[in-house]
Design a protein around this ligand. Structure first.
Ligand SMILES: CC(C)(COP(=O)([O-])OP(=O)([O-])OC[C@H]1O[C@@H](n2cnc3c(N)ncnc32)[C@H](O)[C@@H]1OP(=O)([O-])[O-])[C@@H](O)C(=O)NCCC(=O)NCCSC(=O)C[C@@](C)(O)CC(=O)[O-]
Length: 295
């Protein structure tokens, strides 16, 4: 059966913007529960400036605290060498660098131009590869920027291609503010796949305008098979005002199983995890499947 690789974002993208500090014990339990659901790739931490993203300041404690499940890849964001060294010390299995298709978002998010970000990443990739650690690359604002509006597919392709040539094994395409619609998503993918093989591309869609599932379906039809999602639709981006969370993992798994695509994820357990974490955070469950599912 055809399958899809899911990368679970809840513990990182999902929690990084949560207003009240979430205790490390809850973060650890969330990661462990997601592994028990069957996710083989979990972005568990982020080694960025604690002044910029206080919620992720305990990333070392989280990564070192989890009961590891064999076969699961626990990854972390690492914007620079300082972040990489901390992530390696904490035992990250894989790391990720992140930049954007738009200059103004890049400046706000990581305080440098897109070109400078790529220069910064070169030594990160070099050291990671020396240590045998794979590096993922994110491109934000692929279907719209909060400061620059529409983004040309060619601009996304340029940055995605540059990350791939730097040595990123997978490029995740972020609709950071969730403004994309299916035809725009297909046009963007068509441009990017000229630069990066389709099997190396992931869709990372936020659901702000309720378009994420439609966009994912359009890209599945094009043959894309890697999807990022967040349990209970947790999340938002601190540098993208009004952006809601990633598309909910429960909704994505429900869609994929309905299409006969394998995910390795147990939907009953995932729904229970989404309900549990929503309760812990005192927020409404952002997954429609999570709210409706009766087993
Ligand atoms: C990128 C930097 C670090 C550049 O940092 P900078 O702002 O250029 O400043 P710096 O390098 O001069 O460092 C400033 C301070 O940060 C510290 N610092 C520097 N690096 C680190 C580090 N790795 N770990 C811990 N601390 C660090 C450094 O030690 C110094 O501390 P101070 O001397 O002021 O006390 C900073 O701008 C930053 O942390 N920005 C936050 C970026 C972020 O986390 N954004 C959210 C994640 S991206 C995202 O969500 C989008 C994505 C990936 O999901 C895809 C999508 O949806 O589009």
């Amino acid at each position: 059966m055809d399958s899809v690789k899911l990368v679970e974002m809840g513990p990182r993208d999902g929690l990084q913007n949560e207003p009240a500090l979430v205790p490390a014990a809850i973060k650890i339990e969330l990661v462990e529960r997601l592994a028990d659901c069957g996710f083989a790739y979990i972005e568990a931490a982020s080694f960025v400036s604690p002044r910029r993203i206080p919620q992720m300041a305990d990333s070392s404690g989280v990564l070192t605290g989890i009961r590891r499940r064999e076969g699961v890849v626990y990854s972390a964001l690492t914007p620079n060498l300082q972040g990489l060294q901390a992530a390696l010390a904490a035992g990250a299995d894989e790391v990720a660098v992140f930049t954007a298709a738009s200059e103004r978002f890049c400046q706000r998010n990581i305080n440098c131009s897109v070109a400078e970000s790529l220069e910064r990443f070169a030594p990160v990739l070099q050291l990671a590869h020396e240590r045998g650690v794979r590096v993922r690359g994110y491109v934000s604002t692929v279907l719209g920027c909060p400061y620059e509006g529409n983004i040309a597919p060619a601009a996304v392709a340029r940055v995605a291609g540059a990350l791939y040539r730097l040595g990123c094994h997978e490029i995740s395409l972020g609709d950071t503010i969730g403004t994309g619609t299916p035809r725009a998503a297909v046009a963007m993918l068509s441009a990017v796949r000229q630069e990066v093989p389709l099997v190396r591309l992931a869709a990372h869609f936020h659901d702000t305008y309720g378009q994420a599932l439609a966009n994912l379906y359009a890209l599945l039809e094009q043959g894309l098979r890697i999807i990022d999602s967040s349990v209970a639709g947790l999340g938002g981006c601190p540098y993208a005002h009004g952006a809601t969370g990633n598309v909910a993992s429960e909704d994505v798994v429900y869609l994929l199983h309905g299409l006969g695509l394998e995910t390795g994820v147990d939907l009953d357990r995932l729904v229970a995890t989404g309900r549990w974490v929503s309760l812990q955070l005192g927020r409404e469950n952002g997954s429609k499947t999570g709210r409706a599912w009766n087993g």
